[in-house]
Design a binder for this molecule. Sequence first.
Ligand code: PLP
Length: 402
Amino acid sequence: MSTTIAPEVLKAAAAEFGTPVYVYHAEKIKEQFESLKSSFSACDVRFFYAAKSLTNIHILKYLSEIGSGIDCSSINEVELALYSGAKPENVLYTSNNIHFSEIERAVELGVHINIDSLSNLKKFGEKYKGTYPVGIRMRPNIMAGGNIKIATGHDKSKFGIPVTQLQEVLDIVNTTGLHIKTLHIHTGSEIKDVEVFVKGLSVMFELVPHFPQLEVVDLGGGFKVPYKPDEKGTDMELLGSSVAEAFKKFEAATGRHLQVWFEPGKYMVSECGHFVTSVNVLKETGDINFAGIDTGLNHLIRPMFYGAYHKIDNISNPDGPLKNYQVVGYICETDNFAEDRPLPEVREGDLIVIRNAGAYCYEMASNYNSRFRPAEVLYRDGKLSLIRRRETMEDLLRTQLF
Ligand code: PLP
């Protein structure tokens, strides 16, 4: 049975910390991690949680505590991961279009690095030669992912070095003596189809013979989790056995043993997050019932950014008669969270919970309309603890000069 959080706990969080508030359920994160480990038990595997999905250092610390590595998308995330107590050997920096100075800093910090451009690979080779084993982010030219904005491996994507530029990569490696330890791909997010991962893996296997020092194939993140009721996520058991089988065959054919790495973000933290908001205003106009809540796209942009679906519950009136609502925010932009969504009757003051609010929610929050970013709370071992306070006017003014 999946780990859930009781409405009473969310009500208690709202009463103690106010709304809107993000509540994260630690045991749910652990459950996801355990399920990953069990699905891939037949592989020589390591998992690096994609910190970009939720970087609160208490979350990073918890992930390290339960045995996960941490994958970072910026040098600041690397610094945060180390600050949270992660050891450099458990931190991976997979960057995109960054200045070379960030890579130099990552070397100083001693973390694993995946490089995603010929330009930075050349600079790296010229500076470090074979002294610092490094990974290359390749672009497999595979179209995959929930929508085009989160598809990253296709042939028009800015991410990675296209596999068609293999010769340029090899020229750099041969002239500088680079030690290539890892080949990396990340084809996109919300990939349900197991075959996409298997296809990506076979593209990587074709490249392996060119890299005699290779130890790792890193398949990135992108596992799909259910957002809609009755929706299915990636079949992790099937994925685990398919990947194990592919590695077994590869090893038998080539005599080379490789480790597989993954960088799951949504899979680890999407479902642990519950965004508790309350209803400011009800408005009936024509045939639309607006439920205006005390948040907006400044706190959770996914519906307006990607057209993402989030399940919404009215935990104050769960048995009320169903009515259709347009759940909207308080920002001076159109900021719908849901349209024509059946909900138990909503009253002003009711607590409305937006689900799957762990990944890419707080993390993409802003101060648009000069609103404060919300508080974050961790629910662990039956206790609620504040892990980030709500912002105040001082926070808005802190970086402005007088
Ligand atoms: N790894 C890399 C390089 C990414 O860019 C991302 C997200 O886009 C991830 C991992 C995590 O993806 P997801 O949250 O879909 O698992």
